[in-house]
Design a binder for this molecule. Structure first.
Ligand code: FAD
Ligand code: N01
Length: 532
């Protein structure tokens, strides 16, 4: 059965997930090779260098918790770290744990084929290499394939074009330029205020108005940091007990928005708004479960937009009418106030979509908006897009693309029937993008590490999701999503941002229950998995 292998594990991707996976595999005494398309580590934080890019999960939480010396020694400077600071943290980790020696950069994995006669995978790269291994771990990221709308004439544009997720490494100077920004998601909301402060003019093309809560970003208070570091491990544990695996020290109010008097409700929303950040969504326990409660929060939000934006027509256009939180809530610094500037204007492209791009601008409803630069803040082919760009063939010639043609099917978001020894980190069917992703990544890496360790100890050669367990899991994920309001908008969680993509709610709400389930599965001898 055993064939010659080049390495025990091939890990695809060198972001937070791939790096911790590599370190963990080494800890088992096994070999691993990481293949990374970029020329260095960092993943998201390598690619997304647009102005204003920063995390919206507080830095003290948006960082690894698996090495106490690391978390004690690293000093974050702000409540929400900037992209350069997060990237230098990831680079520090790579250096500190000597990770780069097992990473092949500037190389893309294009295919992976399972050989049933030897129970091995051959991972093929665009450099023409075929790497034979026992296990493959896809640490390819949920938001790592840019969604570039196929506008007619896109390539005719004579100015500069940028996608926020593929931003150049050198500084981009917008001074004196007329800039069109397409999109109003998190990337746009972070970058628009900074671009507007520099550019001659900014024209924002908005298809759907969005919810953004003020960040109230600030330097970290050394006393607060010391307090957290004095008990960092427990502090992180507490965070992992909350729905989104962060903010555990400021939990969701355990009461319905409808159950409290209006003045109390208003005070709670005000307090959450003043504190800032994603915790606004946890003001009450039913904002994502009950439409009426959601409207109460959305009305409060719209009143804030009306307070900030001086032009009432503009405030109206910028006020979302969708379910709050149905698309990922954004966290901003001066986003709405930026529309009070005289050099910023908004074009509504919901009823009249962008018609085409010309050499000199963007055409909407027959009018051309002239531009020197176009910024595509149009998001990602999320969660499945990057995986589906690799030709993965499992047992009996089964291709993952075919298996997922109507939407992703997984067991626990960690594995897929027909694809033995192939693991996904933060795969569809797991909480992933609904959480502090570092927490989700660590939970997955540790689960995968433990199962590989256990198999190696017992001399087992394959693990594969059982078909019935997978079917039941997919049903469970759909049922949980069905209890929420998440299905009520055109979000990337549903694949709705990419034309032709199947509409299936991909992540699973609720980190703590999920984590318990994964632990129970492992404790029961990997229930729902077939080990051979
Ligand atoms: P990634 O960081 O995406 O890394 C995947 C790597 O795999 C990439 O480097 C890619 O080049 C490589 N790769 C993919 N396919 C191949 C292939 N075929 N061959 C070779 N290499 C390949 N999450 C939060 O929880 N909080 C936040 O505040 C937050 N902010 C974000 C801000 C931005 C701008 C974006 C885009 C995302 C943000 N996220 C945030 C989500 C973020 O993606 C995760 O937190 C985390 O960084 C993901 O790490 P990862 O290692 O799983 O994936
Ligand atoms: O992408 P998005 P993003 N014509 O998909 C519009 C994380 N992140 O890069 O809403 C016109 O959210 C699209 O319109 P609509 C975070 O998880 C975090 O901003 O589909 N417009 C939307 O407005 C986030 O959710 C941070 O109608 C088109 C925008 O483009 C995820 O990454 C920062 C269009 C895309 O928004 C993705 O965020 C950045 C078209 N054809 C990212 N196609 C933090 O703050 C798309 N759009 C931590």
């Amino acid at each position: 059965m055993n064939a010659e292998i080049d390495t025990d594990v091939v890990i695809v991707g060198a972001g937070f997930a791939g790096l911790y996976m590599l370190h963990s595999v080494r800890g088992l005494g096994l070999n691993a090779r990481v293949i990374e398309a970029a020329d260095d580590v960092g993943g998201t934080w390598y690619w997304n260098r647009y102005p204003g890019a920063r995390c919206d999960v507080p830095s003290m939480e948006y960082s690894y918790g698996w090495d106490d010396d690391l978390q004690q020694e690293w000093e974050w400077t702000e409540r929400y770290a900037t992209q350069p600071e997060i990237l230098s943290y990831v680079e520090h980790v790579a250096e500190r744990f000597d990770l780069r020696r097992d990473i092949t950069f500037e190389t893309r994995v294009v295919a992976s084929d399972f050989d049933e006669t030897t129970d091995t995978w051959t991972v093929s790269t665009d450099a023409g290499e075929g790497i034979r291994c026992r296990f493959v771990v896809l640490a390819t990221g949920c938001l790592s394939s840019a969604n570039m709308p196929d506008f007619e004439g896109r390539d005719d544009f004579a100015g500069r074009s940028f996608h926020t997720g593929q931003w150049p490494h050198e500084m981009v100077d917008f001074s004196g330029r007329r800039v069109v920004v397409i999109g109003t998601g998190s990337s746009a909301i972070q970058s628009i205020p900074l671009i507007a402060a520099e550019a001659d003019s900014v024209t924002v093309m908005q298809r759907t108005a969005n919810y953004a809560i003020p960040a109230h970003n600030k330097p970290l208070d050394p006393e607060e940091v010391a307090e957290i570091k004095a008990d960092y491990r427990n502090w992180r544990e507490k965070a992992r007990d909350s729905t989104a695996a962060f903010g555990g020290h400021r939990p969701r109010m355990d009461v319905s928005a409808k159950a409290v008097p209006a003045d109390e409700r208003q005070a709670t929303f005000e307090e959450r708004w003043a504190y800032g950040g994603l915790g606004f969504g946890g003001a009450f326990n039913d904002l994502m479960l009950d439409q009426e409660s959601n409207v109460l929060a959305a009305d409060f939000f719209r009143s804030k937009v009306a307070e900030i934006v001086e032009d009432s027509d503009l405030a109206q256009k910028l006020s979302p009418q969708t379910i709050l939180g149905c698309k990922r809530i954004c966290v901003d610094t001066d986003y709405f106030a930026t529309y009070n500037r005289t050099n910023v204007s908004l074009v509504d492209v919901s009823a009249t979509p962008i018609e085409r791009i010309t050499a000199t601008g963007v055409v909407v409803a027959g009018a051309e908006y002239e531009a020197d630069d176009i910024v595509y803040a149009t998001g990602f082919d999320a969660m499945t897009g990057t995986i589906q760009r690799i030709d993965i063939t499992g047992r009996n010639g089964l291709s993952l693309k075919d298996k997922w043609s109507a939407g992703p099917l997984t067991y626990l978001g960690l594995g897929v029937e027909g694809f033995p020894n192939l693991f996904l980190i933060t795969g569809p069917g797991s909480p992933s993008v609904l959480t502090n992703m570092i927490a989700s990544i660590e939970q997955h890496v540790e689960w995968i590490r433990d199962v590989i360790g256990s198999m190696t100890e017992k001399g087992q050669s394959t693990i594969e999701a059982d078909g019935d367990a997978e079917a039941r899991w997919v049903e469970h994920v759909n049922a949980v999503a069905g209890l929420t309001l998440f299905n009520n908008c055109s979000s990337w969680y549903l694949g709705a941002n990419v034309p032709g993509k199947p509409r299936v709610f991909m992540p699973l709400p609720g980190f703590p229950d999920y984590k318990v389930k994964c632990d129970e599965v492992a404790a029961a001898g990997y229930e729902g998995w077939v080990l051979a």
